[in-house]
Design a protein. Structure first.
Length: 224
């Protein structure tokens, strides 16, 4: 990672970072599988009664990622604006954009309130498939499934989605060198460009459900 931080004046500074990461080896999740559909978009029966055919995922054994980050901070008399923008791209075909904004309001000398919002979006990996289709991704001969792809994954974390995080943090100084704080945030995630087949066993189903989470964090920090 290479970074430069520039003081723009008495009240603001700018930070620019470039990051490069490379990994090689076993990237596949051995516990994730892909659903197999025939030409009529129906599940393919296996040799075991009541069960269906699935294939284990396979991911590339190398990954190269670039990242660009820009952060800007501005302080008023006491209040602080903190904005940042991050862009990443890798050779799996995933591109991400992240916008993060915080405003720290000094309500009193010892107490502050900090609203926070974070917006994130990403494109899907080149090998992402929510399911495998006969003729496009696999061939079928009876109950035997032969993949036509060397890599495929239905992991929703590799798919296209948008996410939003928003919340608020309260902090109280116990002295010059310590504080207690309380943070409450809500997270929502919605998949993009994923739909169920119009016919067959998956018709009308939600392939990648929306995700939401909420957390409460209590913290104590100090310096010496």
């Amino acid at each position: 990672m290479f970074g430069v931080t520039q003081v723009l004046g008495r009240h603001s500074l700018l930070q620019l970072n470039y990051g490069l990461s490379s990994s090689s080896g076993y990237h596949t999740d051995p516990y994730k599988v892909l659903t197999v559909l025939d030409s009529n978009n129906n599940l393919v029966a296996s040799n075991t009664p009541g069960q269906y055919q699935y294939l284990f995922e396979s991911r590339p054994d190398t990954r190269l990622r670039h990242s660009l980050y820009a952060g800007w901070k501005y302080i008023f008399t006491e209040d602080v604006i903190d904005l940042s923008l991050r862009f990443t791209s890798d050779d799996w075909g995933i591109q991400t954009n992240t916008l993060d904004a915080k405003y720290r309001w000094a309500a009193t000398q010892d107490f502050y309130v900090e609203p926070h919002v974070r917006w994130y979006t990403q494109t899907e990996a080149d090998f992402y498939r929510p399911y495998l289709r006969e003729g496009q991704d696999v061939t079928l001969a009876g109950n035997a499934v032969t993949p036509l792809l060397t890599e495929a994954s239905a992991d929703s974390r590799l798919g296209a989605f948008d996410a939003l995080t928003y919340g608020i943090k309260f902090g109280y100084a116990l002295g010059r060198d310590s504080e207690v704080n309380l943070r409450v945030e809500q997270y929502t995630q919605t998949a993009s460009n994923v739909s169920a087949p119009a016919t067959g066993n998956l018709a009308g189903q939600e392939i990648v459900p929306d995700l939401s989470a909420m957390w409460v964090q209590i913290g104590y920090s100090f310096r010496w």
